[in-house]
Design a protein around this ligand. Structure first.
Ligand SMILES: Cc1cc2nc3c(=O)[nH]c(=O)nc-3n(C[C@H](O)[C@H](O)[C@H](O)COP(=O)(O)OP(=O)(O)OC[C@H]3O[C@@H](n4cnc5c(N)ncnc54)[C@H](O)[C@@H]3O)c2cc1C
Length: 506
């Protein structure tokens, strides 16, 4: 019942969501005498581990304390991408004139309808993660809080689940920054922002990482006045500066107020508003907003698991400590997903789960260091990356050649009016071996897969130059980068040989 109350607002969509991912009438099964695998946490990592293992014939117990689907379905990827989509449509409508279109009236954001669409689609997708579906896959689903109760035993709701191997997949939660007055004034995180039914007029976003940037842009486009605070000198500071600056320019042009290199000092409630006092280059200022959204990092869910009792070491910031095979300091216990990974994404949680199944159940030796992990920030334009940045290569003492194709040279980007961006590929110096790539483009997340495939399949730029790309597509930029590499092979000596051959055969 408690879980239903937490999913706000109460409407038919959230009722469907809850009936799928935390059915109120759910009866936990009688535990089997012993499980091959006991999985704690039913976010992406736990669900993929449980489904994969059960599909191979293992007896699996899966425990979830809140909502199956975890962050991604309920308060992460799915709801954020729904509202980002609405915000993009609206931004396009506002740009209609540039495309030679005159709209009959002024397009308006119906914020409650945007949020309702999100809840409807989230509810629809939630069937994939539903307790009943997993029951049908042969998984024993337990709803409740899990904790280790001594070697080989996980306890939930007073029941003992005996296991051969266990997997900790308990994920993370938003960090609550220690800014004086913030807690008293009240703030939103990803756990609450998707429950908004009314649009805040003025929204402050604290944190210019992927979550902060995606939501700042989306809410701004949906009609909030947004002010984004970030402690570093550019947003998305893990990305290359040239990539982040394109996005930064787009934010500023749109009217998002960016406060960079700043320290938020305190928050106070004044005349019904929340006033954020901050310091920037020695100057102190205060700004009044209606809501504050915090996206300032993640904290691992390690509390209450009784990890000490089973010898699983952890760190309050990094989460559960694992080796390259995702085994914890207790050889019978593995971890997967955000709780232990550096790269906290749904697709890495999925990949880690597959790796854990092989290592835990079949004595495999799969290594997380062997994974090639792309990622994407779903702003407009998107910024996607795979492999090494140039700075990573430099740290490893690897020399690189870098090839860049700006999108304002790419026909499809020009006709689409989406010219801001580039494809940048680093290769090992003097070779065509792809070490890393960054793409800034409206659909960079779609485009990065080609370069990920190339890295995984050991396909160099020479091969990509031979791949015929449909014309006109923005992905042609990748082929054009490969062509640029090929042109470097045409040394003056090779060219003189070719010229002589052509003269001779004329
Ligand atoms: C706003 C936002 C947007 C995002 N967008 C993207 C995106 O576009 N693409 C992408 O790849 N990633 C995105 N992510 C990241 C993605 O959501 C996570 O990487 C992913 O959910 C991690 O899955 P997980 O299974 O490791 O953890 P979680 O999804 O956090 O699941 C862990 C589960 O364990 C449960 N649990 C914890 N402790 C216990 C216990 N003691 N007993 C029982 N159950 C327990 C929790 O209730 C939770 O359901 C986004 C995240 C946020 C916050």
């Amino acid at each position: 019942m408690d879980q239903i109350l937490k999913v706000l607002p109460h409407d038919v969509h959230n009722a469907t969501l809850v009936s799928n991912v935390y059915p109120p009438e759910w009866q936990n099964p009688e535990p089997a005498p012993r499980y091959n695998l006991a999985v704690i946490g039913a976010g992406t990592a736990g669900l993929v581990t449980a489904a994969g293992a059960a599909g191979l014939g293992a007896k699996v117990a899966l425990v979830e304390r809140h909502l199956l689907g975890g962050d991604c379905l309920n308060v992460g990827c799915v709801p954020s991408k729904c509202i980002i989509r609405s915000s993009r449509v609206y931004a396009d409508l506002k740009d209609a004139q540039q495309f030679g279109l005159r709209l009959p009236g002024v397009a308006e954001v119906d914020f409650p309808a945007v949020m309702e669409r999100m809840r409807r689609l989230r509810a629809r997708i939630s069937f994939h993660d539903s307790a009943r579906r997993f029951q049908g896959l042969g998984v024993d689903v337990f709803l409740g809080i899990a904790r280790f109760a001594g070697p080989g035993i996980v306890e939930v709701g007073g029941k003992a689940l005996r296991y051969k191997k266990a997997v900790i997949a308990t994920g993370t939660r938003p960090v609550h920054p220690a800014i004086p007055g913030l807690a008293e004034a009240g703030f939103l995180t990803n756990e609450t922002v998707f429950s908004l039914a009314e649009r805040p007029r003025r929204l402050a976003v604290i944190g210019g990482g992927p979550i902060g940037c995606e939501l700042a842009q989306a809410f701004h486009r949906l009609g909030c006045e947004v002010i984004l605070f970030h402690s570093a000198s550019h947003i998305l500071n893990r990305e290359d500066r040239d990539a982040a600056e394109i996005l930064q320019r787009s934010f500023i042009r749109d009217g998002v107020r960016l406060i960079l290199d700043c320290k938020t000092k305190r928050v106070e409630k004044k005349n019904g508003a929340k006033v954020i006092h901050f310091e920037c280059q020695g100057n102190e200022e205060g700004v009044a907003v209606d809501e504050i959204l915090v996206g300032a990092g993640r904290a691992p869910n390690v509390e209450g698991l009784n990890l000490e009792s089973v010898g699983v070491e952890y760190d309050q910031r990094e989460g559960v400590l694992v080796n390259d095979q995702l085994q914890t300091t207790n050889p019978a216990i593995y971890a997967a997903g955000d709780i232990c990974l550096k790269y906290k994404f749904t697709h890495t949680a999925d990949a880690a789960a597959r790796l854990v199944i092989q290592n835990a159940l079949f004595r495999g030796h799969k290594k997380q260091s062997a994974l090639t992990i792309p990622w994407c920030t779903y702003t407009d334009p998107e910024i996607a990356h795979v492999g090494m940045y140039e700075r990573d290569a430099r740290e490893k003492g690897i020399d690189v050649d870098t090839f860049v194709r700006p999108l304002d040279d790419v026909d499809r980007a020009i006709v689409d009016g989406e010219e801001e961006g580039f494809v940048k590929v680093h290769v090992r110096k003097g070779t065509d071996e792809i070490l890393g790539a960054t793409i800034v483009a409206r659909h960079a997340g779609e485009m990065i897969s080609e370069l990920t495939l190339a890295i995984v399949g050991h396909l160099g730029l020479k091969t990509l130059a031979n791949v015929i790309h449909a014309y006109p597509t923005q992905a042609e930029a990748i082929k054009q980068v490969a062509d640029a590499y090929n042109r470097t092979r045409l040394t003056p000596f090779v060219k003189s040989l070719l010229t002589r051959w052509l003269a001779w055969t004329r």
